[in-house]
Every structure is written in structure tokens, then in C-alpha cells.
Design a protein around this ligand. Structure first.
Ligand code: DC
Length: 665
């Protein structure tokens, strides 16, 4: 996951390959609650691991459920519909509507005493209609701050009144009805009728609820979409094992990806055309816009069949979440598209109508908006603007707008707070990048003499930008170590044998750990001797050649920071930012001394300085790829700069090379 203030995505050109998607949020949180309310243990496969499921799991544990993780399977032992009302629960539910609403209903009906809280935005999302319905039943519930909104104080339910029909509004959030449908089986000493007032929105989510209730033994009778009866004697029975489908809303981004890019297509594993999730109907709209889609039980395959995409005019009530993806596809269409009946967007993680309009305008789109509709005009080639997309702590905003990186003008797109995708899809960007190609993956090169602080600087810059990192010196150190271990002398006549060894060796970087043919050699290559040996093998042309492809393979999305001696001159000569780092020999010897001593190695300052100077001399005088600053490199003498100052300087150079982001809204 990218836990950085913003992620700069270079322009993307094509996509192809297979993606495995995480479990559905809607199914995961419903299954968790149903398993928690049931008697017995439920093994849950493919559960989503995200912010929203984590808050639900925390709450269930506090309620008395036993939760165990065995490999990839989560085991939940439920409380059989009984809660200890003498214990006062304090539950924090983040911004998870799928946790707040159903848990409020279930706990209230079981007579629990509990405080239900969330993040600030959760305290702005309505819950009044659900509270009204629960109060009709005799549950005692107080608003702690604002009437109609969380936080709430649940104060028990002395004697549930179940005689008359329970009325709930269906036109604000379908989660209110879902919450009642999941809670009322706990008190089904008679038939219980729920009557929906107003036109029920997001019906497919109610279908998911009914489907999962049936898996847990509750067969609800439904009269159209206005009357639901929970039969007398209903009781939760764990089905033992449940498989969670991949998230159909998450799939929408990859369906769109297949439609807006050329190539052999995108395949999605984990969700298929027979999914119980309403958002699977997104595929119909995507087909209408020009995607060619085939699918089976748990897979989908998408190819582009028409370009530009066809505009669409659609009532999106049945796919409220996935419809956001249509809004971004509409930027690539042949005419304006209108998304109607999307009023529920206004009360989601953020006001999604306002947010989509504002961010699409930054990209150059003409957008019209109404209380419950949005008209998106496509952006013609030449009209796209480079934008910094604000994401409003809304995962879907981030995921939708990542697709704007396919813009016809090949502009990069900045996504602010990319970690917000953790709500439903923590590895979204990694998954996207795994199937996308870009001709403009940026590489920042940081070259310089030994102990100039290149590694520290390059690593920190990579962290700040979410880029990959290449420590090319480590490759020469590893090669020298492998050669010594193989009994080869480090003389020029052995250079072919050493080069062959370098090509055959399996070198892996796993965070701070470096593996050579499966063995951790991170420490072994950091000694002074290893550095000297590296300097020797690095002057052998055959060895340098043998390591070229490996170094190029580090150039992966979203970008690379590479440090070494010839990153800017030989390996990545087209790099848009090259930095040549220096520091006085005195200063570098001091740094290396401190570094070695702190790691428990013995060293003397004078020897270190002499070694450094010898190594610099060799690196600078060798015939192939000598250590020199690239002509277009920025010189940075960091003798008197802190690491943070150097990092900020390099980042400011980097920013100055980016197209100016549009902030027009
Ligand atoms: O940066 P370092 O000290 O880990 O590098 C070890 C040796 O490898 C150094 O003496 C020079 C050589 N090297 C090189 O020739 N080219 C690179 N791109 C990186 C390192």
C-alpha cells in the first residue's frame, strides 16, 4: 500500500494480464456479522482484509466472539444471539457504513448497552431513519451529539414490540433495511413484518443481504420491494463454511481498464457473471459503452471493442458504487454521458457528486451536475490537463481517477492520499501497475562517489514518492561476494567467469534483506573488504554488461530511484532527473566511520579515508562507465546538509520537472 501524501502516476498506455481481486466488502461485513450472531463456528474463506472489515472484527471481538485466523481462513465462533447487557461496549467503526448500521440494529435489538462511534465523516452520515425504526421496536437509543447522526448511545431494549409492522425508509440508504433484516431474526418469536416507506434504493444490496441470510438459515418472504416477513422461529445457523466472492465494485476498475486500453485483454479472477453482487451489472453498462466482456463462474475477461467509447445515459440506481467508474469512462466517450438517479452519492464517504464533478473538471472536463445526476462531457485530445486529484478520504475517488492516467495527452496524474484505497482494496495500485504498461516510467538517478550518502538519499526519495529503489552498488558487491565464494580470484583474466556467475545468480531484494541464491547476504556485502572487491569487479566490462538487464528490470511503475556511479550516464541516460552527489573526502570518511562503528565493525578514520580515495580513483579512472557526473546532472554537495535537507532539495527539483497540476475546479 502507498502510505504517502500523493502518488504521481505516469501516463499509461496499455494493460493486459490477470488480476486477483480482494473479497467483497459488502459480503465480508455481512458474513462476519451473521457468523457472529450464529451459534457455532463459521470458516470464512477469501474475506476482505481492509479498514472496514477490521473495524467490524474489532467490534465482534468486543461483543464476545472468538476469532482465529488459520492460514487464509478466518474462523468466527458466534454468540448465538445473546449479549451480556451488563457490559458497556465502546465501539469505533471508522467510516464503515456496513458496520455502523447493521451493528447498531443487532446490538439494539439484543438489548446491549453500547456507544457507537466513527470518524468525523461517519458522524455526518444519516442514521435517523434506522434509529426511528428501532425506537418503534422499543429500543432505547440516544444521540450523543447531533439528532439523526452517530455517535449513538444504545441503552437496551426492555421488551421488543413486534406486533405491528416495522416501518423503515428505503430512499436514503438501503443499509437501514439490511440492518433490520439481519437484526430481527434474533427476536423472531412471531412473524415480523418490515414495511419499506418510499422507493427502495440500491435493491441489489438487499438481494445480497437476502442471499446471505438464506445461507445462514433465514428465509425471508418478500412482497415486491416494499414488504418483508421474517418467519416465526427463524434462527441463525452457521453454514460451517462460507466463500466470499471478490468485490464486484472493485472489479469495475479493471473492467473499465480492459475497455479503455488496447491489448490482449484483462482477466479478473474471483468474481464472475453469476455473482450475487448487484454491481456485477456494471458489466452491462460497460458493454453498452464498448467493452467486449466474457465470463464464467468466477472470472471475467474484458477487451476493447470500440474506440472512443460510446456515450451512455443511464439510471444508475442499481449500481450506485460502480457507476462512479462509468463517470470516468465517460471522459473517453464520443459524446456527453448522463448518470441519473445517483442521489445516494451525496451521503456516501463524501458527497460523491460534488467530488466527481470537481475532480473531473481539474482534468479538463466540462461537467454539469444536479441534485441526483451528473453529465460528463468527454475530454478531447489536446484538452486534458495535468491534475492533482483530491480524494476526500474516499477510496472510490482514488481508484476511479487512477484511470485518467490513460489520457490521450499522455499527462501524468497525481492521486492525493492514495492510501485511502485501504477501505476496500489496500493493494489497488500495486494490482493496477502489475498489468499496466507505460512508456514514460520516470527514473531519478543519484550518482556519486563512495560514502557520499547516495543510498540514504535515494532510498528516502523513493519512499517519499512511492517509487521502487535500485542500489546498483549492491549488485557489484554481491557479484564480488559470489566470485570469492566460488573460489575465483578477482583478476581481469577471470572476468568472463565472474560475469557468467553474475548472470546465473539469483539476486532478490526483499525490503532491507538481500538474498543471493536464497541466502541472506545483507550483512556480508556491507564490509569494507566487500566494497573494495566490488570496486575491482565493477571495472570489468563483461561484469558491467552482465548486470545491465537486471538493472533495467528495476524500472517498474510507478517509478524508480536508482543510485550508483553510472545510473545517469549509462544505465538510464534518458532519466529526467539526474543528481550528482558529492561531499568532501573528510566528511565521507567520517560518515563511513560512524556507520561501521554503529554496526559493530572496527575501523580507523585514516585507513577509511585512504581506502575511499583509492576507490574513487579506481572508479573514476576505469575505461568503461567511469564515475563522472552526467552532463545534465544537478550537482549536490551535501557536506553541510542534513539528510532531510538533501531529500527536500531533490524532491523540489523533481517537482519542478512535473507539468504544472491544474487546480481549477
Ligand atoms: O555504492 P557502493 O559503495 O555500494 O558500490 C560498490 C562498488 O561498486 C563501488 O566501488 C563502485 C561500483 N559501482 C559501480 O561501478 N557502478 C555502479 N553503478 C555502482 C557501484
Amino acid at each position: 500500500m502507498y502510505s504517502i501524501p500523493f502518488l504521481d502516476m505516469p501516463a499509461l498506455q496499455s494493460a493486459q494480464g490477470v488480476v486477483h481481486l480482494p473479497g467483497s466488502k459488502s459480503i465480508s461485513n455481512r458474513v462476519l456479522l451473521l457468523a457472529a450472531l450464529s451459534k457455532g463456528t463459521t470458516q470464512i474463506h477469501d474475506l476482505l482484509d481492509s479498514d472496514d472489515t477490521r473495524v467490524m472484527l474489532d467490534a465482534l471481538q468486543k461483543m464476545g466472539c472468538t476469532i482465529n485466523k488459520k492460514n487464509d481462513v478466518l474462523e468466527v465462533t458466534g454468540i448465538a444471539g445473546q449479549i451480556d447487557s451488563s457490559i458497556s461496549l465502546d465501539l469505533f467503526l471508522g467510516n464503515a457504513g456496513t458496520a455502523m448500521r447493521p451493528l447498531t440494529a443487532a446490538l439494539a435489538i439484543m438489548g446491549a448497552s453500547a456507544t457507537m462511534r466513527g470518524v468525523t465523516r461517519m458522524h455526518e452520515r444519516p442514521i435517523g431513519d434506522l434509529v426511528d425504526a428501532l425506537r418503534q421496536l422499543g429500543c432505547v437509543i440516544d444521540y450523543i451529539a447531533n439528532e439523526g447522526f452517530p455517535p449513538l448511545q444504545l441503552k437496551g431494549c426492555p421488551s421488543p414490540k413486534l406486533d405491528g409492522p416495522i416501518r423503515v425508509r428505503g430512499d436514503v440508504s438501503s443499509q437501514f433495511l439490511t440492518a433490520l433484516l439481519m437484526a430481527l431474526p434474533l427476536v423472531a418469536k412471531q412473524n415480523i413484518t418490515i414495511e419499506v416507506q418510499g422507493e427502495l434504493i440500491s435493491k441489489p444490496y438487499i438481494e445480497i443481504t437476502l442471499n446471505l441470510l438464506a445461507q445462514f438459515g433465514i428465509v425471508v418472504k418478500r412482497d415486491q420491494w416494499s414488504r418483508f416477513v421474517i418467519p416465526l422461529g427463524s434462527q441463525y445457523i452457521s453454514p460451517g463454511v462460507v466463500h466470499v466472492e471478490a468485490d464486484a465494485s472493485s472489479a469495475s476498475y479493471f473492467v473499465a481498464l480492459g475497455a479503455i486500453t488496447q491489448g490482449s485483454g484483462v482477466r479478473i479472477q474471483g468474481v464472475g457473471l453469476q455473482s450475487i453482487q448487484g454491481d456485477i451489472r456494471f458489466v452491462d453498462s460497460a458493454k453498452q459503452m464498448g467493452a467486449h466482456i466474457t465470463g464464467g463462474h468466477n472470472w471475467l475477461e474484458i477487451k476493447q471493442s470500440q474506440w472512443p467509447l460510446k456515450s451512455i445515459e443511464l439510471d444508475c440506481n442499481h449500481i450506485p458504487d460502480a457507476a462512479m467508474t462509468l463517470a470516468v469512462m465517460a471522459l473517453f466517450a464520443d459524446a456527453p454521458s448522463t448518470l441519473k438517479n445517483i442521489g445516494s452519492w451525496r451521503v456516501k464517504e463524501t458527497d460523491r457528486i460534488a467530488a466527481m464533478a470537481c475532480e473531473a473538471r481539474k482534468l479538463g472536463a466540462h461537467i454539469e451536475e444536479g441534485p441526483d445526476w451528473l453529465r460528463i462531457h468527454p475530454i478531447a485530445k489536446g484538452q486534458w490537463k495535468s491534475a492533482s486529484i483530491h480524494t476526500y478520504e474516499d477510496h472510490r475517488l482514488a481508484m476511479c481517477f487512477s484511470l485518467a492516467a490513460f489520457n490521450a495527452d499522455q499527462l501524468p496524474v497525481r492521486i492525493e492520499d492514495p492510501a485511502c484505497v485501504a477501505k476496500t482494496f489496500p493493494d489497488y495500485f500495486e494490482t493496477l501497475f502489475s498489468v499496466c504498461k507505460s512508456n514514460t516510467i520516470p527514473v531519478i538517478c543519484i550518482d556519486g562517489p563512495t560514502a557520499s550518502g547516495k543510498g540514504t538519499l535515494a532510498w528516502a526519495v523513493a519512499q517519499r514518492l512511492g517509487f521502487n529503489y535500485l542500489d546498483s552498488g549492491a549488485l557489484y558487491r554481491i557479484t564480488a561476494l559470489a566470485a570469492v565464494r566460488a573460489g575465483l580470484s578477482l583478476q581481469p583474466e577471470q572476468s568472463d567467469a565472474i560475469a557468467q556467475l553474475a548472470s546465473k545468480s539469483k539476486i532478490q531484494f526483499d525490503g532491507e534483506c538481500i538474498l543471493l541464491n536464497g541466502t541472506n547476504i545483507s550483512q556480508n556485502i556491507r564490509t569494507e573488504e566487500a566494497g573494495m572487491n566490488a570496486s575491482k569487479v565493477s571495472s570489468m566490462p563483461a561484469v558491467r554488461q552482465a548486470l545491465v538487464d537486471l538493472q533495467h528490470s528495476f524500472k517498474r511503475l510507478p517509478g524508480l530511484v536508482a543510485d550508483g556511479r553510472d545510473m545517469g550516464t549509462v544505465i538510464f541516460p534518458a532519466s529526467p532527473l539526474k543528481v550528482y552527489l558529492t561531499a568532501s573526502a573528510e566528511e565521507r570518511a567520517q560518515r563511513r566511520y560512524k556507520q561501521l562503528i554503529s554496526k559493530g565493525f572496527s575501523a580507523t578514520l585514516d585507513t577509511l579515508r585512504a581506502d575511499l580515495e583509492a576507490r574513487d580513483a579506481r572508479d573514476m579512472s576505469r575505461s568503461l562507465a567511469p564515475l563522472v557526473a552526467a552532463q545534465d546532472a544537478m550537482q549536490l554537495d551535501n557536506s553541510h546538509l542534513s539528510i532531510d535537507q538533501s531529500v527536500d532539495l531533490v524532491l523540489s527539483w523533481w517537482q519542478s520537472k512535473q507539468p504544472k497540476a491544474s487546480s481549477q475546479s
